[in-house]
Design a protein around this ligand. Sequence first.
Ligand code: CA2
Length: 151
Amino acid sequence: MSFASVLVLNGPNLNLLGTREPAIYGAETLDDVAALCRTAGERLNLSIDFRQSNAEHQLIDWLHAARTDIDGVVINPAAYTHTSVAIADALTAIEKPVIEVHISNVHRREAFRHHSYVSAVAEAIIVGCGTQGYVLALERMATLLDRKAAR
Ligand code: CA2
């Protein structure tokens, strides 16, 4: 059976997850989040490609490659959420469903975190659910991709 494939993309500084600011981001590391996503992928019949970069151009290059290889994108763009028209444009260009995830509740934090360039191009947004937000996003993505396959 061929599984739908989902790119789970993580932006700058998320490689530091679990090392600082546990009150905001929890104690899990990014490797723990990757394992959570892979376990959810097995349950949901999704093939998971989990990546992180601190470089905007690298995230954009991976999104461009996803135009041909990937069925959907779950993205935590981290600080680029609030600054990057380029990432929003790349997400639009791939013409695949996108779900935006934030571990923290950005709306309860500083005003500069309240605006997202990505939200306008996302099918759904999950904020403030901790790392469980990635699993919730994959569950929703599985629903969206099933519906697409059934058309
Ligand atoms: O809540 C989220 O997931 C964020 O996307 C995380 C970003 C932040 O800039 C966004 O406003 C909200 C920050 C990622 C950096 O994460 C760290 C985690 C632990 C230690 C240091 C950084």
